[in-house]
Design a protein around this ligand. Structure first.
Ligand code: KG4
Ligand code: ZN
Length: 339
């Protein structure tokens, strides 16, 4: 079965063609990073306008790269939740228009579940059940994937997402946007000491996360509130201390992610861990997860680079395992900003 995937939930306009949930024939991603860089983050209105301008070209390019036309497509899969509502509506409207006009079935896909599926595109040995840690700009969640139709949410962040923490800390340290890759690169080349920041584990058996305290701890290290005890320890932001703060931030965040993933495996007696989402491209996270998993006899699977960040291959891939709407029903499919 050939599925056309469409993804526009945030600032990537993406279309992909995937056969039978695993063979990616085309994966076209138009990233808007350059457009949002000067604002230091994604501006929803700007993102929506660019999606409108290019969505049809991105779909055409995916079909061309796959060497097919609409008449070869059996089904369309589109991200319809969660995300920026305006951005979701553009992908969903495009998908509905094509599906209705061409008489094709349409399936709405949960973006976070698609991230939790994405490692399966690169690893045929990743079979259900497995634990998945989804770490992106908007979400940090742990899932127990019973099957590709049944994702159980085990825990999620109570405040900032991991990628959001990377982006905010990068801004505080003057390292630019997006913050994750900037901090990843800086720390990979750094061999010095790391500043210690607290680890927020919540209670002993909790699979939830909280990163806003870590972000504030970094902020206070750099810009302590006037008259506070921290003012005496204020760090002068020369290039060395920027690296030591970035390294300390990353160590704290990654240690929590790895500990909770291990805990989820132990509680649910599962030995396979997958990663997904933009932060899963992080080299320190990947290495730490593998090292810790080896100690416990667990196996780690992470997506190929192009499937870590937002893409439509994961949407088309997961769409293979779901029931699609057809006929007039497809027009009823709704976009949902939150789930
Ligand atoms: O999954 P994604 O493309 O979009 C969302 O669904 O949010 O993730 C984007 C996030 C950004 O916060 C970005 O800073 C982070 O992923 N990111 C990274 C790395 N590459 C992207 N974070 C840490 N290390 C990386 N190498
Ligand atoms: Zn995402």
């Amino acid at each position: 079965m050939l599925i056309l995937g469409i993804e526009t939930s945030c600032d990537e306009t993406a279309a992909s063609v995937v056969r039978d949930g695993k063979d990616v024939l085309a994966n076209t991603v138009y990233s808007q990073i350059k457009l949002h860089e000067k604002f230091g983050g994604v501006v929803p209105e700007v993102a929506c306008r660019r999606h409108v301008e290019i969505i049809t070209y991105v779909i055409d390019e995916a079909l061309e790269r796959a060497g097919i036309t609409f008449c070869h497509i059996d089904r369309i899969a589109v991200t319809n939740r969660p995300g920026l509502i305006g951005a979701l509506l553009i992908g969903l409207s495009a998908a509905k228009a094509v599906a209705y006009a061409k008489g094709m079935p349409l399936v709405g896909i949960n973006h976070i579940e698609a991230h939790a599926f994405s490692a399966a595109l690169s690893h045929s040995r990743l079979t259900c059940p497995y634990i998945c840690l989804v770490v992106s700009g908007g979400h940090t969640s742990l899932y127990l994937v019973h099957s590709f139709r049944d994702f159980e949410l085990l825990g999620r962040t109570l405040d900032d997402a991991a990628g959001e923490a990377y982006d905010k800390v990068s801004k505080i340290l003057g390292l630019g946007y997006p913050g994750g890759p900037a901090i990843d690169r800086l720390v990979s080349d750094y061999r010095g000491e790391a500043v210690y920041f607290p680890r927020t584990l919540l209670n002993e058996n909790s699979l939830d996360f909280s990163f806003s305290g870590l972000k504030t701890a970094v902020l206070y290290k750099v810009r302590p509130p006037k008259g506070s005890r921290l003012e005496k320890e204020k760090i002068d932001l020369n290039s060395l201390s920027v690296s030591s703060i970035a390294a300390g931030f990353q160590e704290s965040l990654v240690e929590v992610l790895v500990k909770k993933a291990m805990l989820a495996c132990k509680i649910h007696n599962i030995s396979k861990i997958a990663l997904g989402g933009g932060v899963s491209a992080n080299s320190y996270l990947q290495n730490s997860m593998i090292r810790e998993a080896n100690k416990h006899g667990f196996e780690v699977f992470y997506p190929a680079g192009e499937y870590c960040t937002d893409n439509a291959a994961m949407i088309a891939g997961l769409g293979f395992y779901r029931d699609a709407e057809s006929g007039k029903e497809i027009l009823e499919l709704k976009a949902e900003a939150n789930i």
